[in-house]
Design a protein. Structure first.
Length: 135
């Protein structure tokens, strides 16, 4: 995870793909595991930090644009989307990259802008139905 190392005191400011909401991302550890901490207003989400490299690798293997999706944990993710991959038993960690029970979703909303900021992908910024592809 050397590509991204921001602290709580120096988070990376980001916007959702449509540009309609601000959020911030920083790194931390939880139970000895590197995590991404995503703060959206007062809501704090945690994602397994391995998702950066693993999502990038999946997108490279996919080789084309992929829909982001984006769904709360309690709602099903549309198949073939980044959101579905982020919770799939077939991804490298065998399930959810989101770590906070009840707030494990929205992977397809908050992680892709980080990959874009790190120069790992191209990301569309339309009002809806955005897509991503690896650089």
């Amino acid at each position: 995870m050397a590509a991204f190392n921001r602290t709580k005191d120096n988070p990376l400011p980001l916007k959702t793909p449509p540009g309609t909401a601000d959020f911030a991302m920083h790194t931390d550890t939880k139970d000895g595991i590197p995590i991404l901490v995503c703060t959206v207003v007062k809501t704090v989400l945690h994602y397994d930090a391995r998702c950066i490299e693993e999502l990038h690798a999946m997108l490279q293997a996919h080789g084309d644009w992929m829909a982001l999706g984006g769904a709360d944990e309690q709602k099903p993710a549309k198949e073939g989307t980044v959101e579905a991959w982020g919770r799939s038993p077939r991804n490298p960690i065998g399930g959810w990259y989101g770590l906070k029970k009840g707030l494990r979703g929205r992977f397809g909303v908050y992680v892709p802008p980080l990959l874009e900021a790190l120069g790992l992908c191209e990301l569309e910024h339309n009002p809806r139905d955005n897509r991503i592809r690896a650089k």
